[in-house]
Design a protein around this ligand. Sequence first.
Ligand code: BES
Ligand code: MN
Ligand code: MN
Length: 456
Amino acid sequence: MNDVLDFINVNRDRYVDELKEYLAIPSVSALPQHAGDVRRAAEWTAEALRRAGMHDVRIMDTPGHPVVYGEWLGAPGKPTILYYGHYDVQPVDPVDLWTTPPFEATVRDGEIYARGAADDKGQVFMHIKAIEAFTKKTGGLPVNMKVLIEGEEEVGSDHLGDFIKNHKQELVADVVVISDSPMFDRGIPSICYGLRGLAYFQLDIRGTKSDLHSGSFGGAVANPAFVLTQVLAQMKDRSGRVKIPGFYDAVRSLSDVERAEWKKLPFNETRYRKDLGAPRLFGEKGYSTLERVWARPTFEVNGLLSGFTGEGAKTVLPAVSMAKVSMRLVPDQDPDTIADLFERYVRKLCPATVQLTITRMHGGKPWMTEFDNKYVRAAGRAIEAGFGQRPVFNREGGSIPVVSTFQEELGVPSVLFGIGLPDENAHAPDEKLDLGNFHNGIIASAHLYQEIANLS
Ligand code: BES
Ligand code: MN
Ligand code: MN
């Protein structure tokens, strides 16, 4: 182990140079014009895994973006880790708000800035380098390892469920390891034991066949912008409670134990509010901020479009309006059931004066695990070894759709071992990764493999 750790310490700068190369590939899965770049990132990932000593590395096609798979199975009798991550990234808009270009990774004050730095290329690369350190210094890994890096996480992992079902035998493992989440706070590493689910929709409303003069026709037909906002206004009440009938029926209530544990976490609400630049925080009445984000579902408008939004004034009745909306879900809400409830409610609210189209976009199930298992304890020791500090246990508000699939299809528990930070700017301009955490994360990952090996 000491040789492995020395190797990691000596190679620190090389890791950053290589990571910059990875981050230069604009693997934006949502945009068709980047399909070639997404494939290039898959190839880069595959090559990095080969160089790290993984065997049988393959790019496996799906109806969407490819999956990168590799394995090292030279530790008979030892547990098998299935490591999951994603090499695709979010779009970069608004690109003007980036301090330096999103695909020219730049180091400032010990942080590397680029799209994908934290979510998730940097965290994927951390594991690739931990693997490399072992194979270079010891000729292999202490555990068996299967690596699955996908290219469609940021667009809902639509084809990964089938991929997993079709490759069940190959993917058999004892534990799934994922590094695709922030730690609780700077200097406070954490292990995440719950994620929210997601149900995402586009609503399109058409009033008339074309835009109209608002003087000639205003008052004679319904205005789609107005209808849309009236519908949306019925989604939440003033106390932040979602009004979709049946929405809360399956919500598992927060246990007193969790409530008490979360109260002990060093969460500074004033700092949180100020960092966000919000005049006041807002959320469902009766719950703390952490409870609202980690354990309660929510309805949010992600985007709104209608009518004239240019400079000056234009007297027009828009023909159409559009909204992107989504709900974050918690155990035991089911995205399909919620989608049905939402659709029924919207159809009931929307008047017959307009035409409504509801498009179901991606979804994902919420996930939560018992966190007192041997793998989680092993991860706790590894984090302590890498970060010099014991992790706290947290849930997160974000979603990783495949985690519940691993549980349901493979029956394998997941350990979420994320080393990002709450202010990493994921999905936003100036996404960044703290290089100290990246480095400690490589060390912690190496310890994790060893700790899991020691379990047998
Ligand atoms: N890495 C995030 C998930 C995440 C975010 C976990 C914050 C914990 C805290 C992941 O890449 C992501 O952004 N997921 C999407 C899923 C969606 C596109 C189906 C999300 O949460 O919006
Ligand atoms: Mn991610
Ligand atoms: Mn993401």
